[in-house]
Each structure stands twice: as structure tokens, then as C-alpha cells.
Ligand binder design. Structure first.
Ligand SMILES: CC(C)C[C@H](N)C(=O)N1CCC[C@H]1C(=O)O
Length: 743
């Protein structure tokens, strides 16, 4: 940094107002971060639902675009850091990119107003292309904004502290992290509630404009708060195109090293020293500092690969568990809020109790050691997740493999039927009853036939089901006897519905995995003599027809059945993740719906979501040790003119982790989920061992001290003038290049 500029900064630093040892400007920065994180996580909480239920995308497209957006948000920090450190400085970069961000949020909120294209006022947009285009534009702007400002805000916060405030500087990063999580916690609780409201000009629909509008408003507040602190900030001016100089210096060092590869040339301590002929010692030393830290970051994405699965695999795991806590019911996706809640409690505990205690015990718990231990905590979290998964697996239904089929027979005929399957006991199926046989595999290797075994009804009269090698054949004791050949779908569960007229029997595919989001799948078989309208079903049910599954949430659910003349109500309490087929008998209305029979296609979840708390506790403890420390470390080890760049490098580890999750999700899973968890835990243990070895060879530095020393040396260095001239020439060349490109 030119000496005049450094003096200017020093002068400004002296003027900063303090409160309890902290610069007052910090208040504006942490409030800004709180609002920004509220805005980001609030918008993210309803994004997939917006894709799925407003834009009507399928699950795969919705989740892919969502993950691509998250990855982009953690890649754009590089851009923000380059703009800040090489061109605008952190303050202006934060302001300009926050404007981009707020505009993005507003565009996103506008894209969710269905009325803007709903000319026929039917409640659905008429021009999806416009809504998609607007939302994609909004998301790109948001990604640019949120990612762009992220490395700058943390580094800008650090810049506010003076040399004598190093203890406060460390606490700042913890408070900064607390604000991130307080903002994200509040918004992930609030925005889904806002979405569930109904609003609209012509028709009332789910209120996405409010769910996206409130985060947009918070982003504007964030910007206003940041500008309000303007007069109090310590603003370090950028030192020209530092990133351009860094790239050129590295390129020159590599080239020069290659040109002098022969043994006749004496070796130099570091390959970057080959830039000494042309470049300033200070720049070379600064590049060395950054490269050393970036090298250390190579194994770190693995931590985020595990961490980011909280939102995907762990939430899926929660959908196979029960969230009934007695007084309140927790939905599977709400389990994720345990992470920010724990952050809010664990950060102060670590900072105030655990770390000071470790220090008192005389142990040197250096930042890199903390990060290694953080990784080990995350690995144990995955072992805990594997143990929970094993418990869940014990309660899951025995789904057919890809070479098996499962069949269940439902008899809605007025008389009992008997079914025989070769090499099995004959089965009696009473009228309006269900019969399931135990698993049976035929001798033919490519054709496995399994009949599930949930409920066993008493057997009384003999009749037969037969099946040949490819298909099954059913014979019924009706006059004349009915024979039916059926082809079962491999890897599927099917129900054979035998209606009041057995000759019209048909197969209906059953649900073959746990219903989504912990909901319950229900369907009805209409044994009533006329069509029926049932609440929650898409269309009316013809006589003998079986409806498709419809998903209902946990709790007491009421169904009204009507044939247009008579009606009755049927209520049932549901747990999580169950599936039922309800048989509607011919005496439906005379029994006031009481005679409806239920078949449990799938048991409700029985393992409690509270069992996930240990894994959340472990991963969050790991996060506090890894992420908060990483943030501090990236700031403290960066040269003053590349603080944002190193913050961006740190955030990049998160982006790469996210991308790995995407790839892993695409590549598919191990057959057993618990095995996948153990695999990830083992990989992270291996990576943390590698990281600890790398950390062992890392020497902590005080960049400011090194920089001051080099500057002092250069004062007396006769070569200094020459190198300064070269640098100035370079800068002029740069400027000319830029001018020419503009022309
Ligand atoms: C996922 C939580 C809502 C937030 C998380 N605990 C967290 O603070 N972060 C995850 C990535 C880095 C950091 C953030 O800056 O959001």
C-alpha cells in the first residue's frame, strides 16, 4: 500500500468511536448481516415449494434448480471479492451489490404474483414463461448480490477493529455467526407461515408474494442500516487491480522458474521467489500468505458435503419418523431449525466456557486444531445418523426388490373367496376382507412372487388361486368359476380388487415407498352402488372404482362422502408416513359411514424425530468449531489488501461441498442408507487426518507484522525504486489495456 494511503487509514482508524471496547460501527454491520441472512434464508425456505406448486415443476427439476442456485450463491463471492479488493473497495461493493440483491428479491416477489398474468381469473397464471423468466432473473441477481457481498461484509467487519482490539475481533466473528443464525432461524419460521396465508387481487391463492416480499423488504432494511453507519466506518481503499497484479506475478514466477529449470541455477526457497526479478517483495510475500492458506483449504469442502446433507438426506430421514412431541407436532422439514437454535446456544457456551477452560488446562487449542476437531464431530454426527437409520430400517415395510412383486387381494364381493398359490396354503378371503400371504418365491429365478403379510383373516371355505410360471391365475368359487390371468409388475406392490361383480376384478398399484414429507397416503374403494364425491379426492368415484392415493397431513382428518342425495362424515386420526385403503361398503349411508373398513397398506412411522437431536447436536458443535473458526482464521491470515479474497476462498469450500452433494445425489445411493452415512463419516475422518497433517506444517503468521517488516526493508533496498517503477509501468499498461478494450 502506498505510504500516504496507509497513513490515511491509520488516521481514520484512530477516530473510530468505541462502546465496551468494540467499534460502534460494528453494530450496523451485524444488524445488516442479520437482515441479509433473514432475507436469504427466508426466500430459500419457500423456494422449492414455489417451483413445485406455483411453477408446477416436477420434484427433480425443482430440487436441481434449487441446489444449482445455492451453489451459485457460494461461487459468486469470488466476483465480489475481486471487485472489492481490486476496484471499488469493500464499502462501495457492499452498497452496489446490496442494491442488485434487493432488486433481485423484488423481481422474485413480483414473479410470484399470479394475478399479473391471470387474465381469465381462474387462480393460475396464464403465462408461465413470464413468471419463469422473472424468477430466474431474480435468482441470478440474488445470487450475485448475496454471494458478492458475503466475503466483503465479514472482512469489512474485521477492518473496523484496531490493533489493541484483537480479543474483540475474535468475539466479533462469533457474534457475526450468531446474527446469521438468528436471522435464518426467524425467517425459516416466518416465511412458511406467510406462504400458507391466502391472498390475491382476483382470486385468493397461497401467498407467495408475501413470503418473498418480506425477505425483499428485509434486504432493503439491511441496505438502509448499512448506509446509516456510513459516517462511522473505517474504509480501506483498494490498491489498484490487485488481482490482476497477483495473476501476473504468479504467471511470471512460473515462467521464470521454467526458464531457469536447469541445475546450474541456484534453487530458491519458494517457487514464488522466482518473481523477485520483476515484482515487489511485499506483493510476493502477500501472494505466498494467500496461497498457503488456499492450499490448506483443499480438503475442507468435505465438511460442507456432510453439513449440507442436513437439508436433504436428514430431512428425508425425518419423513420416516414421527414428530409427535405430545404438546406440539414437529414437521420433518422443521427439524432443520434445530441447527440455528443450537448455534445460538452453543456459540456463547464454546466462547465463554469451553474454549477458556481448555486454555486454562494449558492446552493449545489452535484454530486449525479446532477445525480438525470440528470435522471429527461432523463425522460422529453421521455415525449417529447411521444408528438412527438402522432403527428406522427395522420398522420399514418389506418392499419388493426389483425382481419381486407383492400382491394383496381385496374381496368386495358379497361372498367369501378362496385363493390358492402353488406351494402355499390355500387362502380364504372373507367378503369385504383382505388376505395377505407370506413371502413366497417360485423356483423360476427371474420371476419372484411375494404376497405381503400385514393382516390375517380367519379361513373357512376352500377355493383356489393358481398361477403359472410367468403370471398368476386366480380361480374363484363362483358359478361358473372365474379364471383370471394377471401379470404382476416386478418391483411393485399391487392390490387385486375384486368388486361386487368378481368378473370385473382389476389390479391397482400400491404405494411402494414411504409417502413424501411424512404425510399419509389414503385411497378409497367404492363399494356403494352409485358414484361418490369424497372431500380431498380429485374426482368423484364410480361404483367399484378405486381412487388414486391422496396425501393427508398428520392429525385428525375428516372426509365427507356424498352421492348427491345422502352424505355422511368419516374421521380418522393419522400419524406420520402411513398408508391406508378404505373400503366403502354397500350399507354406507345406513351406518352413517361407520361400516367403512380400513386396510393398513403401510404402518405409520414409529421411530421418534427426537432421536435426530444427537446428530444435530454433534454436527452443530462441529460447525461452531469449524465454521466460526474458519471465518476468523481466513481473516487473520490474510494480507490486508486480500482479506475479501481469502474470505471468498473460504466460502468457495462451501460451494464445492454443495456441488459434491449434487453429484452424489445424481450418482445414486448405496443400497442401504445407513451404509452411505458410515461411508461419508469415514471419508470425513480420512480427510480430517490429511488436514491435520497439512495443519501441522502450517505456521501461523501476523500478516500486518510481515508487511510492515518488508516495507521497512524496502526503504533501505536500492532495488526498490527499480521494482516500484516496473510496477507503476505495469499499472499504466493495465489502464491502457482497459481503455483499449473499452474503445
Ligand atoms: C443452515 C443454517 C440455517 C445456517 C448455518 N448454521 C450457517 O450459519 N451457515 C451455513 C453456511 C455458512 C453459514 C452461513 O453463512 O449461512
Amino acid at each position: 500500500m502506498p505510504d500516504s494511503k496507509m497513513d490515511e487509514t491509520k488516521k481514520k482508524k484512530k477516530k473510530t468511536a468505541e462502546c465496551c471496547g468494540y467499534p460502534i460501527s460494528i453494530f450496523f454491520i451485524v444488524v445488516n448481516e442479520f437482515c441479509e441472512r433473514f432475507s436469504y434464508y427466508g426466500m430459500r425456505a419457500v423456494l422449492v415449494l414455489y417451483f413445485r406448486y406455483f411453477l408446477l415443476w416436477d420434484d427433480d427439476l425443482a430440487t436441481s434448480i434449487y441446489h444449482a442456485f445455492v451453489a451459485l450463491c457460494y461461487l459468486t463471492p469470488i466476483l465480489g471479492a475481486i471487485i472489492a479488493d481490486s476496484w471499488l473497495g469493500k464499502f462501495k461493493t457492499i452498497i452496489y451489490l446490496s442494491i442488485v440483491y434487493a432488486v433481485g428479491q423484488v423481481v422474485m416477489a413480483v414473479s410470484t404474483i399470479h394475478d399479473i398474468t391471470d387474465a381469465n381469473r381462474d387462480g393460475t397464471p396464464d403465462n408461465f414463461t413470464l413468471h419463469i423468466a422473472l424468477s430466474m432473473l431474480g435468482l441470478v441477481l440474488i445470487a450475485l448480490g448475496t454471494g458478492g457481498i458475503k466475503p466483503c461484509v465479514a472482512a469489512f467487519g474485521g477492518d473496523q477493529f484496531q490493533e489493541h482490539q484483537s480479543r474483540q475481533l475474535n468475539t466479533f466473528f462469533s457474534v457475526f455467526y450468531l446474527c446469521i443464525n438468528a436471522g435464518s432461524l426467524l425467517s425459516t419460521l416466518i416465511t412458511p407461515v406467510l406462504r400458507a396465508q391466502e391472498c390475491g387481487i382476483h382470486t385468493q391463492q397461497q401467498c407467495y408474494p408475501l413470503a418473498f416480499g418480506v425477505p425483499a423488504a428485509l434486504m432493503v432494511v439491511s441496505l438502509v442500516v448499512f448506509i446509516a453507519g456510513s459516517g462511522m466506518y473505517t474504509k480501506t481503499a483498494p490498491e489498484g487491480n490487485i488481482m490482476g497484479s497477483v495473476c501476473k506475478c504468479i504467471w511470471f514466477a512460473l515462467n521464470n522458474r521454467f526458464r531457469h529449470r536447469s541445475d546450474i541455477y541456484p534453487k530458491r526457497e519458494h517457487w514464488m521467489d522466482w518473481a523477485e526479478e520483476k515484482y515487489d517483495k511485499l506483493l510476493i510475500a502477500q501472494i505466498k500468505m494467500v496461497l498457503k492458506v488456499l492450499f490448506l483449504y483443499i480438503p475442507l469442502p468435505m465438511f460442507w458435503t456432510l453439513f449440507d446433507q442436513k437439508g436433504s438426506r436428514w430431512t428425508l430421514q425425518a419423513t420416516t419418523m414421527t414428530g409427535d412431541f405430545g404438546g406440539f407436532v414437529l414437521q420433518p422439514d422443521q427439524m432443520q431449525t434445530v441447527n440455528p437454535i443450537l448455534i445460538l446456544t452453543l456459540v456463547p457456551i464454546m466462547d465463554r466456557i469451553i474454549f477458556p477452560l481448555i486454555k486454562k488446562c494449558g492446552l493449545n487449542f489452535s484454530p486449525l486444531k479446532r477445525m480438525t476437531v470440528g470435522m471429527l464431530f461432523a463425522a460422529t454426527a453421521f455415525i449417529a445418523a447411521a444408528l438412527v437409520q438402522m432403527e428406522i430400517d427395522k420398522t420399514l415395510p418389506n418392499f419388493p426388490s426389483s425382481s419381486e412383486s407383492q400382491l394383496k387381494v381385496v374381496n368386495m364381493h358379497s361372498e367369501s373367496l378362496i385363493v390358492t398359490v402353488p406351494s402355499q396354503e390355500p387362502l380364504l378371503i372373507g367378503s369385504f376382507e383382505v388376505q395377505h400371504t407370506s413371502k413366497h418365491t417360485t423356483a423360476v429365478s427371474h420371476w419372484c412372487f411375494t404376497i405381503s403379510s400385514h393382516v390375517v383373516f380367519p379361513q373357512s371355505s376352500p377355493d383356489y388361486i393358481t398361477f403359472d410360471q410367468q403370471d398368476i391365475r386366480l380361480a374363484f368359487n363362483t358359478t361358473p368359476e372365474i379364471n383370471k390371468d394377471l401379470s404382476l409388475i416386478k418391483g411393485s406392490r399391487q392390490t387385486l380388487i375384486i368388486p361386487s361383480e368378481p368378473a370385473e376384478m382389476y389390479l391397482k398399484e400400491d404405494i411402494k415407498s414411504k409417502p413424501k414429507e411424512g404425510k399419509n397416503a389414503v385411497r378409497f374403494v367404492n363399494g356403494w352402488t352409485a358414484y361418490l364425491n369424497i372431500t380431498n379426492l380429485e374426482s368423484s368415484l364410480q361404483p367399484s372404482e378405486t381412487s388414486n392415493y391422496t396425501l393427508v397431513s398428520q392429525g385428525m382428518r375428516k372426509f365427507t362422502l356424498t352421492d348427491g342425495i345422502q352424505s355422511c362424515e368419516f374421521s380418522r386420526k393419522f400419524g406420520f408416513g402411513s398408508s391406508y385403503t378404505f373400503l366403502i361398503p354397500s350399507d354406507l349411508f345406513s351406518t352413517d359411514c361407520e361400516s367403512i373398513k380400513e386396510i393398513e397398506d403401510m404402518q405409520p412411522n414409529s421411530v421418534h424425530m427426537a432421536l435426530q437431536i444427537p446428530q444435530y447436536f454433534l454436527i452443530t458443535t462441529g460447525e461452531v468449531m469449524f465454521s466460526v473458526t474458519g471465518l476468523q482464521f481466513s481473516y487473520s491470515q490474510a494480507p490486508k489488501n486480500m482479506k475479501s479474497v481469502l474470505q471468498a476462498g473460504w466460502l468457495c469450500t462451501n460451494a464445492v461441498g454443495n456441488i459434491i452433494v449434487l453429484i452424489v445425489a445424481e450418482l445414486g445411493k448405496l443400497p442401504k442408507q445407513w451404509a452411505e452415512y458410515v461411508l461419508f463419516a469415514s471419508l470425513l475422518v480420512a480427510v480430517s487426518i490429511i488436514f491435520s497433517i497439512m495443519a501441522y506444517f502450517y505456521t501461523y503468521i501476523d500478516p500486518a507484522e510481515i508487511e510492515a517488516e518488508i516495507l521497512k526493508q524496502q526503504e533501505t533496498d536500492p532495488d526498490k525504486k527499480k521494482k516500484k517503477e516496473t510496477l507503476e509501468m505495469e499499472e499504466k499498461e493495465n489502464e491502457q489495456e482497459i481503455k483499449q478494450t473499452k474503445i
